[in-house]
Design a protein around this ligand. Structure first.
Ligand SMILES: [Zn+2]
Length: 266
């Protein structure tokens, strides 16, 4: 209980938790929105399921994980956020009891009002499974009979939003477009700064492609979203509106005129 009280000062503003599969996913897909929420007084927690064991051809899994944990912490620190690692393994993220309990413990520790995770349709299963873990944890963390030592259940299900799939495509190459677009133009520099904390990944892609591909890819995708709302840069989201999840648009209420609902074609 004491630990829980220390983790969240209940008298302060609202909290967003961004749970993604790998270090750097949060910055690529949701960094701008997280930076905007901080400007509105929100607390930010960034979590990755893994420390990114697969992210190097030079360092072994343990070595690269140690480096990437520090990179992820630095990225979160750019906006005053905390970083949490669920200690799963790249390519092997599982939807099972031990993993769900870890994720639910994180939810009960951070006590988010709003959760951002991967699209349930994405280019790889690590992302899709993380999305399912987050969906279940939103609900499971509220159930008192699921006991986790030291942490009380959440009073209500947090608002859940799915970020864009990587490059906006599902496994069949079909386009997935968020129907909630957040204009991140004002914080694009911050998003880039957060992303560039993941130096090992930036260097790796630069080595392969001979250009700063890490930043170029992130910008071109943010531009693609931006074009849909006639702004330079945007991030897209879809809200989980299934039974028993909150139905009001907390993200829209928090960021007001920066959020543009997008009418979908067909
Ligand atoms: Zn990833």
């Amino acid at each position: 209980m004491l630990e829980e009280m220390e983790e969240k000062n209940l008298s302060e503003g609202q909290t967003v938790l961004c749970l993604m599969a790998h270090p750097d996913d949060a910055e690529i897909l949701a960094g701008g929105t997280l930076a905007l929420l901080v400007k509105e007084g929100w607390k930010v927690a960034i979590a990755s399921m893994t420390p990114g064991q697969a992210g190097s051809t030079q360092l072994n899994a343990e070595e690269i994980s140690a480096v990437r944990r520090v990179e992820a912490e630095k990225a979160a620190m750019v906006i005053g956020g905390s970083y949490h690692c669920m200690e799963a393994e790249d390519v092997f993220i599982a939807y099972d009891r031990p993993t769900l309990l870890k994720v639910m413990e994180l939810f009960r520790r951070v006590r988010p009002d709003l959760v951002i995770t991967h699209s349930p349709q994405d280019y790889m299963l690590d992302h899709e499974i993380t999305s399912h873990l987050a969906q279940t944890a939103c609900m499971g963390a509220t159930i008192p009979n699921i006991e986790i030592a030291g942490f009380q259940s959440l009073p209500t299900v947090p608002h859940l939003y799915y970020a864009d799939a990587v490059q906006g495509k599902d496994r069949f190459g079909n386009e997935i477009t968020g129907d909630i677009m957040v204009d991140i133009t004002a914080v694009m520099d911050t998003k880039e700064q957060m992303l560039c904390c993941h130096q090992t990944q930036r260097d790796w892609l630069q080595y392969i492609s001979k250009v700063d591909e890490f930043v170029i890819m992130m910008k071109s995708f943010s531009e693609r979203n931006g074009r849909l709302i006639n702004k330079p840069y945007a991030e897209g989201y879809r809200q989980h509106l299934g039974y028993s999840y909150p139905q009001d648009d907390l993200l829209g209420n928090a960021l007001k005129e920066l959020v543009h609902p997008l009418k979908m074609n067909g």
